[in-house]
Design a protein around this ligand. Structure first.
Ligand code: DGP
Length: 212
């Protein structure tokens, strides 16, 4: 009998919400419990496309806003064959940012609508669970200064947060809002509970297509 597929689990949230820490903690906990799991992150800055994105984020290059949006999407699409292969092998993928960041960040720029921003990512593997790490701008500020990369300003992050709130109204996606202001351990326990549930459900369901 073919092995049961892994779950596609995504963590989203504004900067400083603790996504990267929590992705690592979740993968460690799943592995410790005997469940195959791997971390992935978008943008993946190691590919040729990812290097262009990285230079843009580090302000070493300028790219037109529509063009960079399509590059971020292409960076996700180029990893789809690998993602599908791993999921079919029964590996759960814990993904640090996905298409939702793509839409939230670009649509926070003037002149972009959610609908246009979603189009290039339609049909990507659909996450079994998307956890949004909720953190108020005041709590984010307590966690220190933003970095120097593009998008890392208070005003822009606030606009991004509002776009995420729109996206979360779409009930075709399994969103769970996680209170990221709690301590690391409590956030971790909450995330693990939702993830174990999603892994169980995913085992008996085919992988879906996002926004289709
Ligand atoms: P990091 O997660 O720290 O590697 O940062 C990546 C930065 O790029 C962060 O500011 C969020 C932003 N970002 C992530 N995905 C996308 C995307 O698809 N489109 C746009 N415009 N920005 C994105």
């Amino acid at each position: 009998m073919a092995c049961k597929r892994g779950a596609l689990i995504v963590l989203e949230g504004v900067d400083k919400a603790g996504k990267t820490t929590q992705c690592k903690r979740l993968v460690d906990a799943l592995l410790a419990g005997g469940r195959p799991a791997e971390i992935m992150r978008f943008p993946d800055r190691t590919t040729t496309i990812g290097k262009m994105i990285s230079a843009y984020l580090e302000r070493k290059s300028d790219l037109e806003d529509h063009a960079v949006h399509l590059l971020f999407s292409a960076n996700r699409w180029e990893l789809v064959p690998l993602m599908k292969e791993k999921l079919e092998q029964g590996i759960t993928l814990v993904v640090d940012r996905y298409a939702f960041s793509g839409v939230a960040f670009t649509s926070a720029k003037p002149g972009f609508c959610l609908d246009w921003c979603m189009k290039p990512d339609v049909g990507l593997p659909k996450p079994d669970l998307v956890m949004f790490l909720q953190l108020s701008p005041a709590d984010a500020a307590l966690r220190g200064q933003f970095g120097d990369e593009r998008y890392e300003t208070k005003v822009f992050q606030k606009a991004v947060q509002q776009k995420f709130e729109h996206l979360m109204m779409d009930r075709s996606v399994n969103w769970q809002v996680i209170d990221a202001s709690q301590n690391i351990e409590d956030v971790h326990n909450n995330i693990t509970t939702h993830s174990l549930n999603a892994i169980n459900v995913a085992q008996n369901r085919p992988l879906g297509e996002l926004w289709k």
